[in-house]
Design a binder for this molecule. Sequence first.
Ligand code: ASP
Length: 329
Amino acid sequence: MSDTAEKLPKVKIFATGGTIAGASKSNTDNLHYQAGSIGIQGLLDAVPEIHRIAEVSGEQFLNVGSHEIRSQDLLKLSKLIQEQLDEGLAEGIVVTHGTDTLEETAFFLDLTVKTDKPIVIVGAMRPATAISADGPLNLLQATALAANLQARSRGAMVLLNDRIQSAYYTTKTHANALDTFRASEQGSLGFFQNATPHFYYSAANPTGKPQFNCSKISELPIVDVVYSHQDAGADLLQASVDRGAKGVVIAASGNGWASPALELAALKLTKTGFPVVFSTRTGNGFAIKPIEQGIGSGLINAQKARIVLMLALASNYNSEQISQCFNPA
Ligand code: ASP
């Protein structure tokens, strides 16, 4: 190994599958393909330039479409990453991931890994076999970001399509387009010029971001999401309780209103101490709720509010502490 190679920062890549590792029978078919077909070595082989940026080591954590990823996988991944960083084995972490639930994994890692080192979650919208596949450049940039000192103390980040985004705020907004990850109110943290990141602001973390310690959590409770609409009844909420959910998030309309049947059922549950969190299905803005009627999720969307609630329940938080996770004083 040359002197230069020895000086490169160490970046650990955990591969989980997704379209970035997807293969299609035809290089012009971006719709019918098998996510999670190509292994970590195949991903690295597609972008040999990566070895000029960092001393990379890869690990195949999973190889699936991201709709198959479960919260137990997230718990395990978070602990593995914490271990890598605590033991000084990596200066930064990259997780390759399907884009469908990428924001959930990114958010989970943001809330649970205690570090100032960069954790970058990367995916692709076109399979690896496609003409103009976006995966190789995304992976190169994600690795460059994980290796970059300027990327520290910004929380976990999402990297696709040249944009650096906060894992806390960003969400998938388009089922097909390359430019799908957005935080329309909060914007991007920065962008890439070739393999060089450019940040708009100096390092900061989202206001009031809760932090959870996974080292003592061995299991996450069931928390369901129930979608409200004009005719929403209470039966799906009740079905969640019956199947053992320890909390429910309602994807409510506007700033936190559910249908009358759901509101009433949620109120009854809230009075027994069962946590019901109201988020907004609008995609932006605050969901609010008087504490005696439930918990407003603030700026956190339903799929992310579910993660906060699972972690808060697993940490034995009381209702006041749960509420503070969403609405810090
Ligand atoms: N269905 C894929 C997945 O989430 C989509 C993607 O990766 O873009 O695994």
